[in-house]
Design a protein around this ligand. Sequence first.
Ligand code: 5AD
Ligand code: SF4
Length: 419
Amino acid sequence: MNEADSEIVSSIIERYGYSRTMKPEAADLILVNSCTVRENAEKRAIARLAQYKGYKKDPEVKLGLLGCVPARNKKKLQKEHPFIDIVLGPDSYRKFEEILMQEHYPFRDTDLSKKELYDDILPQRQDELNAWIAIMRGCNQFCSYCIVPYTRGRERSRPFNSIIKAAEEIATKNIPQVTLLGQNVNAYQYEEYSFSDVLKGVAGVQGIRRIRFMSPHPKGFTQKMLKVMRDNDNICNHIHLPLQSGSSKILESMNRTYTKNDYLKLVEQIKKHIPEIALTTDIIVGFPGETDHDFKDTLDVMKKVGFDNAFMFQYSPRPGTYAAKHMEDNIPYKLKNERLQKVIELQHEHTARKNKKLVGQKLEVLVEGTSKKDKNEKIGRTESDKLVIIKAGQGKIGEFAKVKITGTAGVSLFGEIPQ
Ligand code: 5AD
Ligand code: SF4
């Protein structure tokens, strides 16, 4: 979502004569778009600011902090980082007009809006491979560990027609992939349109080869969505379905509104409708009160589902959330870390096993770039979002190629394009 927001910011400031550079020493304006979902992310953003402070020796150079970090702690930031010229929360990016036109520094605005969707702004920096469309912003779910509802505000859905218009525009630019974004995409509701209507509508736009979406909540994942996925070849057979924990007790204290069994039943439904589906997930270990038994439930769900991949995190208390206020962070760091290593190890086994099954198959791969390790090799992604290292054959970046999977090593996949 932050990547998508950065593109919106680029689009806005380019109206005032700015153009993008990746070299901070060449910049008149340096913007750090920050995330506060876990403490580490926040620390990284603050460290970047400190790093860029040096460029302000030239008084003309302005430094800005955007995104969720300032939305959470505006006053503290002002005190500790008085050198920041611009502080804007996720709903305030239109304020660049006032800042840049009137040279209004320092400028701070982190108010959250009930309405802001930026739906009239076409992101400028869509790369040639993927374009984001944020179909909704904010979240009403209030999972007890999560800071997003506090930094991004309440749920609001983008008008259906503006989503289709954006998809059509993307198709005319020959960008092969669209990713529909939202904190909780299946909560999308605009007039009579639900998320399955959005999926179907975007799938119907001529010229869009791949459609992805991120992320659905297991609650409210409907049969209708599965049918639309099954009936439209251009919707990728991949679902990122955050589990968080396999223990019904922990899920309840996380306010996830489903049980272990509900999740497993949903996965069964998904696999029944789309047997070749790739499933990925998010897992948190060390949530307050997580016993060995609870942790085993997480491992158990992982084994039963067999995820293709997972993002795995240690619980990190976020100030202001329900869990941080009312639940003691009582799992020692060492134990959190041990549990994290265990889930990572198990996931690697599953990923490796799934990858091995692909050896010998011919898969459609979107060629994304050149391998960092070997300039003669290309890399690409399968429909199931797996990265393939293409060892041989002519593949053109931005185009699709039929790649024969020739082998695996650990979690890496290798293939070649038959001549
Ligand atoms: N601690 C650890 N992980 C978290 N996530 C969100 N909040 C926290 C937290 N406080 C993880 C969840 C979510 C992903 C984006 O980040 O797994 O799905
Ligand atoms: Fe956070 Fe839960 Fe909303 Fe996801 S659904 S953004 S985890 S509150």
